[in-house]
Design a protein around this ligand. Structure first.
Ligand SMILES: [Zn+2]
Length: 297
């Protein structure tokens, strides 16, 4: 039996998944602050993993962990994890391999979510792109593997500069895409302009407002920027904002294609809505290490 485990350490929740012989057999969710409060050096995550692996009944032969962080070029050390205290500077791979006794692969959380979506699509593209608009903007680039750049810091679409934007981003820069095109911006708009509208109903009730239409256009232009640079076969668009009721996905797709270079990639580009499974990051981590360490059957 082949057994693999995935951990998706998120800003709010941490999910564990176990896959045996290609089928997901276990998926569990815990509050990240509780796990991180258990002790330094991921003590809480390690303890919980051991319980999860025990319940699965078989020892996973490799573990993938997704982190809400930038990682170094070797994908071992956390450079910056602004939303989870206690991760900065940790050599996560050495730490977890020492604790688990099996190979560990660390990646940005969005990369494993994207890998799950790519696998679920049944396609194996050479070049693909993922953009996930939630609280912030997550981005994954696949060029025969995760494209991570010279220093590990590639695929940061959320931090491209936007003309006219003046807000300070969580990364410390001024005018990043994340300051004008993410769930945080929508929440601010709702508080200023439509305090009586629940945030989930922004698109349903105010989708025609020029500010909201501009939000969708900004998203389309930004994704098209990445599309025109990497020329992907497949694009996944997802995240909490796109899952809101009445989000104009078809408009986003149409405007994205309007800004894409023709004839390629525009005429052949496949644009898909990403999965909205809560544990797709943990599942993607399983699938990735299964592909890397599993024996060919
Ligand atoms: Zn930024």
């Amino acid at each position: 039996m082949s057994v693999f485990a995935g951990i998706d350490l998120g800003g709010t929740h941490t999910r564990f998944a176990v896959m045996a012989d290609g089928a997901f057999v276990l998926s569990e969710k815990y509050v990240t602050t509780d796990l991180m409060a258990a002790g330094p050096k991921l003590a809480g995550v390690i303890a919980r993993y051991r319980e999860v692996a025990d319940r699965a009944g078989r020892k996973p032969q490799a573990v993938g962990i997704g982190l809400p962080a930038t990682l170094d070029a070797d994908r071992r050390v956390v450079l910056s994890a602004p939303n989870v205290d206690g991760l900065d500077g940790l050599d996560v791979v050495s730490l977890l391999e020492g604790a688990f006794g099996v190979p560990v692969v660390a990646e940005r959380d969005v990369n494993f979510q994207f890998f799950h979506d790519m696998k679920a699509s049944g396609r194996t593209p050479r070049v693909a792109l993922g953009v996930y608009i939630g609280t912030g903007v997550g981005n994954a680039v696949w060029i025969n593997g995760f494209y991570t750049g010279a220093h590990g810091s590639a695929a940061e679409l959320g931090h491209i500069p936007v003309p006219g934007a003046t807000g300070v981003c969580g990364c410390g820069k001024v005018g990043c895409l994340e300051t004008v095109c993410c769930g945080r911006w929508l929440k601010g708009w709702q508080e200023r302009n439509a305090p009586d509208t629940p945030i989930a109903d922004i698109f349903a009730r105010h989708g025609d407002h020029p500010d909201i239409r501009n939000f969708v256009e900004t998203a389309a232009m930004s994704v098209a920027t990445a599309v025109n640079i990497i020329d992907p076969e497949l694009v996944f668009l997802g995240g909490g904002v796109l899952e809101m009721p009445a989000f104009p996905f078809e408009t986003l797709k149409t405007r994205l294609l309007a800004h894409a270079r023709a004839p390629f990639p525009r005429d052949v580009l496949e644009v898909r809505l990403a999965s909205n499974l809560g544990d797709s990051g943990a599942r993607g981590a399983c699938l990735y290490v299964a592909g890397k360490f599993g024996t060919v059957q």
